[in-house]
Design a protein around this ligand. Sequence first.
Ligand code: FDA
Length: 405
Amino acid sequence: MEKAGRDQKERQVTRRFDVVVLGAGAAGMMCAFRAGQRGRSVLVVDHAKAPGEKIRISGGGRCNFTNLHAGPRNYLSANPHFAKSALARYTPRDFLDLVERHKIAWHEKTLGQLFCDDSAKDIVRMLLAEMRAADVVLELQVQPTAVEKTLDGFRILTSGGPVDAGSLVVATGGKSIPKMGATGFAYEIARQFGLKIVETRPGLVPLTLDPHMLEKLSPLSGVAVQAEVRHGKTSFREALLFTHRGLSGPSILQISSFWREGDDVKLAIEPDLDMAQQLKAARKANGRQAAQTALSENLPKRLAQFFVESQGIAGNLADLSDKAIEKLAASIRDWTIRPAGSEGYRTAEVTIGGVDTSDLDSRMMQAKAVPGLYFIGECVDVTGWLGGYNFQWAWASGHVCGEAL
Ligand code: FDA
């Protein structure tokens, strides 16, 4: 009797939706409104106080919301082909059309990177407006605690009570920036349902140096310069920043996703300049000039001083042989550094690895062995370069999933 009463009570309080989306981030919100537009009843649950917090802080508050050149080659994954289908079916132009329909002003900063003119909050507001228009229910500060398979879908136990769903979409992101509420919840659910996880590690993250190297480079802290940073066959030409912990800036964040502990990275400072030729020309024009002064024509002063001192050069340009100049130039063009580690998930922009794509259908992001269960966005083993690629993956994977629900 007592049990029957309890069952009846549970039936009364267990709400049912066609779709429950866990995570009101970039991928979750995109997926939710697309499914809502297609007539599905959709609930989005998030434990945070506000939706889209990473969107809000992204791109220095202006959100680098896509990249015009986004294609499969801009992503790391154990299966580089997996992202092709979603990226082809929802392109940067598709997202830009949405941005323009909402009259959000934008600009291309560099290398195809599109940013809001005003604020990243415009993107969050846009996604919320789309969700409202599609009658999506959003519940914040609700903690999902467990997921169970039922005969006709899933039961999600949450701090707000149980919810039944025909389909469950996991969009809780990766582990980066735990302070902002990032959790490994998606991986737990994936494991619970037998999906494999590709080992996770921090990506797009500053690299740290050992104390000895740090002391040597400490005078450079705060110096920024153009550089080509190389790891094996992969290289990026963007800004490099020396910090009080080690190395940062776009070129380092990019290479950090490829770097593994114990590996070297190679730096070519100002790779477009022929330093040897410049120094020889300066020696011809004014031999009494100090090498450091001549070098600081093309390099930040402190960096010029660092290279000159590292080569033990003290005199004027006229005192330097061709060989000495070429050696100095080579030290600038071909600098090998072995980072000690990375700053970790505390500051990483993304998590590399995640739900193994071999267990997912690339057209709709459904778990192959668990009909009705979907994984989208950063929790999947697809990680973009720096420059708007990660949001494009979130939009694209969210969109194709929403189309399938
Ligand atoms: P996302 O992390 O956006 O959303 C996950 C949601 O799930 C969050 O709302 C979270 O609260 C919720 N959640 C997590 N665990 C939960 C749990 N256990 N229960 C309930 N809810 C839970 N990319 C880019 O393309 N351009 C850029 O400019 C930037 N800039 C940038 C700056 C910084 C500082 C960071 C940290 C990251 C970026 N990125 C970026 C990366 C980008 O933010 C990231 O790839 C996407 O937000 C991923 O979208 P998702 O929806 O998958 O996860």
